[in-house]
Write a protein that binds this ligand. Sequence first.
Ligand SMILES: C[S@@+](CC[C@H](N)C(=O)[O-])C[C@H]1O[C@@H](n2cnc3c(N)ncnc32)[C@H](O)[C@@H]1O
Length: 457
Amino acid sequence: MTDKINQLSGKAPREIAFDILNDILEKGSFSHTVMANTLNQYQYLKKQDRAFITRLCEGTLERIITLDYLLNQYSSVKVLKMKPVIRNILRMGLYQIKYMEVPPSAACNEAVKLTKKRGFTGLSGFVNGVLRSIIREPDKAKFPEESKDKVSYLSIVYSIPDWIIKGWLNQYDYDTVKQMLEGFLSSSKETSIRCNLNKVSVSELKEALTQSQVKIVDGEYLPYALKISEYNYLNQLTPFLNGCFQVQDESSMLVGELSKAKPGDYVIDVCAAPGGKALHIAETMEGSGHVEARDVTQNKVRLIEDNINRLGYRNITARVWDAFILDEESVSKADLVIADLPCSGLGIIGKKPDIKYNMTTEKQKSLVQLQRDILKVVTQYVKPGGILMYSTCTINPGENEENVKWLLETFDFAPESLEEILPPGLKIATAKKGYLQLLPGIHGTDGFFIARFKRKV
Ligand SMILES: C[S@@+](CC[C@H](N)C(=O)[O-])C[C@H]1O[C@@H](n2cnc3c(N)ncnc32)[C@H](O)[C@@H]1O
């Protein structure tokens, strides 16, 4: 059936994958948006075709540095000098040969077919030649020697730009960085979810998911965190539609967990969309108090509202408010302020691999300024004795540890130890200083930073 419809629409799964990759790699579109929109458009595809497209796109994107390095050893024309269509067909072809359970000759034949279909018949021999020589001599290509050039080795083997590797090697020892890089490569296979305890128990949710043939494993630290896989569409799962869970990484749930909001608290989340942390905190307050979830545009606020409605919480509202602008009415009013600010996102490159190719040190510097500008405003909302939670999904001391130091030097806040409130199984030395950095591959979560402060009375 799918093949027939594909013939009618003229697009086979590899061609759909090619269009997605071309949009991301040549037009700069965001990977998760293009993937979601395209898969939505091809809803009639069989589950395995959708899974094939997802794996091929995500995998190729994740491994671009490795793939280009290898292709350059087999091709007389360097990848960056190739026509965009040809380099992306070759990247996809090589990814299938090296990392997927696709017969190599099929990967090669399909690449040649696609080259002709896209009007490059004259280059089909070139595509065939490069891929055939890879199949013939898979061991010809050599990676940099680990003992001679550690940065190049890690960068090429794990497909991460070398400036990022250098930064992490300044902060962590070699083995830790290597483990992190392994962690990124294995992080995108499951979806982390938070059980909506206001609606169901964890065992009820597990039962409902099992009935929908979803594979479930427990989270690392929190009893209400699960990881799911092997479903087709999230928004066709009955437990999702019924608001029994929210998609959220466990690292992000730790913000809600470590906030220790009390029933009756007034909470402001200044950068809240799509609402993960704000919704979680509303849930922990058991229907009491109030969470005001703010974001900068109506579209973002709509995302929060959709989640509020689906999950059925009554003690949270969403509102458009620009965090750079002081809201006089909120000054010294909040028991808890959540500042989960825009950041360089290097902690989630396992899920959104395009981030690692687009981020730069200059962009990171301007993000530090943005974070400080927002903090100057929103720290004012915390009432004396109230709590400020600062978090980012990145691994960069400038945006994390140095911002903590700056905040403590600049405002009337004291660090609040996290040691006593960490969930069992999570031990991090800096927790007693009021902050922690989670690392993929080490802690089993996204890379994530959390700091807790108390406003002095
Ligand atoms: C890291 S995300 C927040 C994720 C959210 N806390 C959650 O747990 O689902 C950062 C958010 O900041 C928002 N943002 C960016 N600039 C903003 C501004 N000037 N005022 C308010 N929100 C802003 C973005 O729209 C984005 O939704």
